[in-house]
Design a protein around this ligand. Structure first.
Ligand SMILES: [Zn+2]
Length: 84
């Protein structure tokens, strides 16, 4: 599980369960947990309004996702217990 924060202001955005290795280039909406911001809009912004990504439909799986701008967020690995 990753804790996602805004790179600019360090405000918490959401938890994210990543599937598969590699860089976090997109976040699937169905794997976002406890977001502090809207995930139903076209853009993903932090609570202070910094733009972090834009919504896409990932073609291969037809799943809505946010494509993250490079360097827009910071990721920190957290223990699953955080969600209990
Ligand atoms: Zn921010």
């Amino acid at each position: 599980m990753l804790k996602i924060s805004c790179e600019k202001c360090d405000s918490f955005v959401c938890f994210y369960q990543k599937d598969g290795p590699g860089d976090l280039k997109r976040m699937y909406v169905d794997r976002i947990y406890k977001p502090t911001v809207s995930t139903t809009r076209k853009d993903l912004s932090c609570s202070k309004g910094h733009l972090l990504g834009v919504k896409i439909i990932y073609e291969k799986e037809k799943r809505p996702a946010f494509r993250l701008f490079i360097g827009a967020v910071t990721k920190k690995i957290v223990n699953l217990k955080v969600l209990e």
